[in-house]
Design a binder for this molecule. Structure first.
Ligand code: MTE
Ligand code: MO
Length: 469
């Protein structure tokens, strides 16, 4: 369309609320959809695209992509977008020059290394998170793996090891399946940041995802290497990846041997995610899935497993991903005084509605959706929802996981329709909390569990909504 003003992506990004007007782009058009959003029933979902392109969302909701909608959209056209300058000149020295393609709906918390979470409104739409929506936590560049030379080594530190190529891993062991969560220790860190600065990526509540994994069990591959985990005298089992830091040392993690014994038939040396090979971002060709344990130990691009008397010497095992009390800060922290995080505490979170959502005017109730999960395989027994900031509660409906009470590795999705308080004054605070099979529950406030790394952020989750009269 000629004659209309042109805008840059930065201009569009400044228009995300009703006060500044709500803009989106589609192909080369810029649209002011402020009025449309107030009337559109699926308004809350379109809000994910504000200030940017709606194309990636239309790919997800292909049903909306019809000519009728395009015609409606065209009536809101206010201008054209300046195409971004092509910066296709690849820097050959950039260690991040070989990263995979990613779904543009992911919300990055850092680009190099790449870290991103899906919009929380999309997170709990499916029990199994689609691969291209699964959150990504990389500490280093994604390695390029040559499958001809790829070998997984298994054995004892300092000794000759069993070497398996990918076909041997697939063919020589029974293929086991498990639906299991990966959650970063820093999930929901942004709630801690609000109280006092912490070090780490500013994750919202979607640094967690749930997939179906398939592979050989740890026990089977250890046995093939001549190792009986129940009888070995080593104190730790170490996993190493193929992604390397500038000094050449790989990402690695370890489990205390007792935990490896407990989980040996549940830990998967996984080569499939949701039924097909792992995507590069999630560890292609092989990663270890350690159900019920923090994401940091579930090493991607796995090529080395060994018994050791030492914990992994990796920075992220020894100098990170540990808990401290709220009075420990950087001048007095001693990482040796705390254990590495392994099995995670119980958590739940509201994913829909999102923070700040405007409900329909005059709404008397609200439907709330989210996830709950606990480490160590502890099933979720109950999720409680409040629409008055935690004074009164209702129990949510839980979607069955079809896993047993003490081996629930997957998350529990839940839903509740809650009446809004009579004198809400135009706003409400929605709150959720979960109880696991050990009757562990979540702390009611963030202050008491604040820690300098912003990990283990599992306080009652609170979401504020507006209720126009
Ligand atoms: N494995 C390797 N090799 N390198 C990494 O950077 N990050 C870990 C873990 N495994 C990491 C890794 C962390 S901290 C998390 S939370 C999970 O991978 C994230 O897994 P995902 O990216 O598949 O969601
Ligand atoms: Mo993590």
């Amino acid at each position: 369309k000629k004659g209309l003003p042109t805008y840059t992506a930065e201009d569009v990004a400044k228009h995300k609320t009703k006060d500044t007007k709500i803009w989106v782009t589609y192909k080369c058009g810029v649209y002011d959809i402020t009025d449309y959003v107030s009337q559109h029933p699926g308004g809350s979902k379109i809000m994910m695209a504000v200030g940017g392109s709606i194309e990636p969302y239309w790919d997800l909701y292909a049903v909306h992509k019809n000519t009728e909608i395009l015609e409606i959209l065209e009536t809101f056209r206010i201008g054209n977008i300046v195409p971004p300058k092509k910066t296709d000149i690849k820097d050959k020295n950039d260690p991040y020059g070989n990263e995979p393609k990613r779904n543009p709906v992911l919300i990055p918390s850092s680009l190099k290394p790449y870290n991103a979470e899906p919009p929380s409104l999309l997170l709990t739409e499916q029990f199994l998170t689609p691969k291209d929506l699964f959150f990504v936590r990389n500490h280093l560049p994604v390695p390029v793996v040559d499958m001809k030379s790829y070998r997984l080594e298994i054995g004892i530190e300092g000794k000759n090891k069993l070497k398996l190529n990918i076909d041997e891993l697939k063919k020589n062991f029974p293929k086991m399946y498990t639906a299991s969560v990966v959650q970063c220790a820093g999930n929901r860190r942004s709630e801690m940041t609000k109280i006092k600065a912490v070090k780490g990526l500013n994750w919202n509540n979607a640094a967690i995802s749930n997939a179906s994994w398939a592979g050989a069990t740890l026990n089977d591959v250890m046995n093939k290497a001549g190792i009986d985990l129940d009888k070995c005298s080593h104190k730790h089992i170490v996993f190493e990846g193929m992604d390397k830091g500038p000094e050449g040392s790989p990402y690695g993690a370890s489990l205390p041997i007792e935990l490896a014994r407990q989980l040996k038939n549940d830990i998967l040396i996984a080569y499939e995610m949701n039924g097909t090979e792992l995507p590069r971002d999630h560890g292609y060709p092989v990663r270890v899935i350690i159900p019920g344990v923090v994401g940091a130990r579930q090493v991607k691009w796995l090529n080395n497993i060994y018994l050791s008397n030492e914990e992994s010497t990796c920075h992220w095992q020894r100098k990170d991903y540990k808990g401290f009390n709220a009075s420990v800060d950087w001048h007095n922290v001693d990482f040796e005084k705390s254990e590495a995080i392994q099995q995670l505490p119980v958590i739940s979170s509201i994913c829909d509605p999102a923070e700040g959502t405007e409900l329909e005017s005059g709404a008397e109730e609200v439907t709330v959706k989210g996830y709950a999960w606990s480490g160590g395989g502890r099933a979720i027994l109950r999720v409680d929802i409040s629409a008055d900031g935690g004074k009164t509660w209702m129990t949510a409906d839980l979607q069955p996981t079809n896993q047993s009470l003490y081996k629930t590795w997957a998350w529990t999705l839940w839903e509740a329709t809650v009446p809004l308080p009579a004198n809400h004054g135009g706003k409400a605070e929605l709150t959720c909390k979960a109880v696991d099979v050990s009757y562990n529950c979540q702390p009611d406030n963030v202050e008491g569990i604040w820690n300098l790394r912003g990990v283990l952020s599992n306080a009652w989750h609170r979401v504020n909504v507006k209720i126009p009269s």
